[in-house]
Design a protein around this ligand. Structure first.
Ligand SMILES: Nc1ncnc2c1ncn2[C@@H]1O[C@H](COP(=O)(O)OP(=O)(O)O)[C@@H](O)[C@H]1O
Ligand SMILES: [Mg+2]
Length: 594
């Protein structure tokens, strides 16, 4: 909300931006040309309608000409009909082009986003990214219709000016001086009302934020007996909201009466002036009323110019932000090599891999080297923040190391295509994401033409089949945000089924059971055993008891590999490992006592 208020104008030069926006509309040039022609006709018919007021009055009402009685209403009808028809065409065609361009831009931005490296998403709020796709692109879409409006209003104004000067040049000149003075209060009023409206929005968003925060944190509020304080805060916000609304109310209620009084005043003056000229025989009533009609009609485009200009500025600001993302050099698409990585996994080797997160002081990985052969199971242990998760994110090139190399089957991972590299690995992390889709589609995610029996087999091996069958729609049950919420253990088993079905040569488990209670941990652990069977695996275990046997264990701390060996060796060699082990042993005892 605040961001919107802040950027209502583009920061840079407008012309290149305008040109680029128009470039998107170029493929629709024929439609746009048709739209232009329509708008010229609309402008001309508007002026014609105003002009026809003169013969209508003079020929029909004053001269009482019967032929004119037939012809003029008909012409008037034609003029208005032409105006309406072409108005429709112009409006429809223009917005059609706008929507098509919107569709194109949304795709471009979304495709750009999904092609960006994972690290980009670490440092950008998802909300901001969504606003680029939804709000800013929408602003841009509306830019062209506004340009067209601008041109249309300009042409209409020209036409109407011709009419008023033609009918009464002297009065036209006088009006042009008085006109701005007359509409000035109106513009002031509407600006004020708009400003209050924006402020109102802001207040509402504050109060919504406050409600959301306090109601979801109600337990904490009650635990600290902070209800009175939060009530006071709410009352305060509420009061400010109403104060603003009252101001808005005042201006809104004042607007119409003030306008009417001013209008009546103007009307009186005009009738006095025009009447005296007609009585003096200096002009005909028809000429005078035609003039008056054109003058009134002039009001609409003039009033709209200001609005259109603001809309264009806003659209350009949106365009600028969209293009910033599309152009930005720092956020370059991730690039892989062009060799297909094919199973089996023969060897995995890291040599002096160093990685530092942008903006952080110390490297998260500091010259890490290790090597794994086919079929081995390697465990990585270390205190939190040691760099374990970072290390496994390097393998699929979610993050790219600044120094060192990762080799799979003798080649640097950078030489493989990203898709084959990532298909090669299955990662089960602590908290895995389920999509808003059926259980079946979640398990078969990213795979095409998967047989039902394979899905079920994977679910069985992951100990998920049984609970899935107990869901209301079995494998068709929708999961995720808008679907059924599963427990942590159930979610994890779905993820394991997903990994089983993908059948990757290299399996990576990142504290896959650490978020679970002991009961579901046991069953998930069994599912994991099925998944790891005969597969090269890298396991980051938060509970050392699960990896005591049959693993090569690497101990990491502060981005470095401290020591390597089996459990017994490490207990002797590595004091950090001994400490971690004893800490867990103690924790387990406490757990058992309590
Ligand atoms: N996205 C990130 N941006 C910046 N620093 C990060 C990010 N993720 C992790 N870190 C930092 O990198 C170090 C290693 O983190 P991580 O690999 O998650 O450790 P572990 O998995 O062993 O707990 C920590 O100091 C952590 O604060
Ligand atoms: Mg971690």
């Amino acid at each position: 909300m605040e961001e919107k208020v802040k950027y209502t104008k583009p920061q840079g030069d407008s012309w290149p931006l305008i040109k680029r926006c128009l470039g998107y509309f170029w493929p629709y040039k024929i439609f746009i040309a048709a739209s232009f022609v329509s708008l010229a006709i609309v402008s001309a018919s508007t002026a014609a309608a105003a002009f026809l007021v003169k013969p209508a009055l003079d020929e029909i009402f004053i001269a009482q000409d019967e032929r004119a009685l037939v012809v003029i209403p008909f012409l008037l009808f034609l003029a208005v009909m032409g105006m309406s028809l072409f108005q429709f065409l112009q409006n429809y065609l223009m917005n059609y082009c706008g929507l098509k361009v919107l569709q194109q831009l949304r795709n471009e931005i979304y495709f750009k986003f999904t092609s960006l490296p994972v690290i980009f998403f670490d440092h950008n709020r998802v909300g901001m990214l969504m606003s680029r796709i939804v709000n800013d692109v929408n602003l841009l879409k509306s830019s062209l219709p506004h340009f067209i409006d601008l041109i249309k209003d300009f042409l209409t104004m020209l036409g109407l000016l011709v009419v008023i000067f033609y009918q009464d040049a002297q009065l036209a000149l006088i009006s042009l001086v008085i006109y701005p003075l007359a509409i000035y209060p109106f513009i002031r009023f509407s600006n004020k009302i708009r400003k209050l409206g924006r402020k109102n929005q802001l207040r509402i968003s504050h109060i919504t934020g406050f409600l959301q925060e306090t109601l979801s944190g109600i337990k904490v509020i009650k635990a600290f007996s902070a209800e009175p304080r939060e009530n006071r805060n709410f009352a305060h916000e509420n009061k400010r909201l109403v104060e603003n609304a009252l101001k808005q109310l005042k201006y809104n209620s004042l607007a119409t009466p003030v306008m009417e009084v001013l209008g009546a005043l103007g009307m009186g003056l005009i009738i006095w002036y025009g009447g005296s000229k007609v009585i003096a025989g200096e002009t005909t009533p028809g000429t005078f009323f035609s003039f008056l009609t054109a003058l009134f009609m002039l009001y609409k485009p003039i009033k709209k110019l200001n609005k259109t200009n603001m809309a264009i500025q806003k659209a350009l600001a949106g365009a600028e932000r969209v293009f910033q993302v599309l152009d930005s050099r720092e956020i370059r698409e991730e690039k892989g090599g062009n060799i297909e990585l094919k199973p089996p996994l023969e060897s995995l080797r890291l040599e002096g891999v160093t990685f530092q997160y942008p903006g952080s002081e110390n490297p998260a990985l500091d010259k890490v080297s290790l090597s794994i052969e086919q079929g081995q199971k390697v465990a990585i242990v270390g205190p939190s923040g040691a760099g374990k998760t970072t290390l496994i994110n390097i393998l699929p090139r979610f993050y790219v190391q600044q120094q060192g190399e990762v080799f799979i089957n003798g080649r640097s991972t950078g030489e493989y295509t990203l898709s084959s590299l990532r298909r090669f690995m299955g990662i089960v992390a602590q908290d895995n994401f389920l999509f808003n889709a059926s259980v079946r589609d979640n398990i078969a995610y990213g795979l095409e033409n998967v047989d039902e029996e394979h899905v079920v087999a994977a679910a069985r091996a992951a100990f998920a089949h049984e609970f899935i069958m107990n869901l209301s729609q079995g494998y068709d049950t929708v999961l995720g945000e808008r679907g059924v919420r599963l427990s942590g253990g159930q979610k994890q088993r779905i993820t394991i089924a997903r990994a089983l079905l993908k059948n990757p040569p290299l399996l990576i488990l990142d504290e896959a059971t650490s978020a679970l209670d002991t009961e579901s941990e046991r069953i998930v652990q069994q599912a994991l055993e099925n998944l790891m069977r005969e597969r090269t695996s890298i396991v980051i275990a938060h509970r050392l008891s699960t990896i005591l046997s049959s693993y090569r264990i690497m101990v990491m701390d502060k981005g470095r590999v401290l020591s390597e060996g089996n459990h017994e060796q490490l207990l002797e060699q590595c004091s950090l490992y001994k400490k971690l082990y004893e800490m867990q042993f103690k924790d387990n005892n406490i757990l058992q006592i309590s």
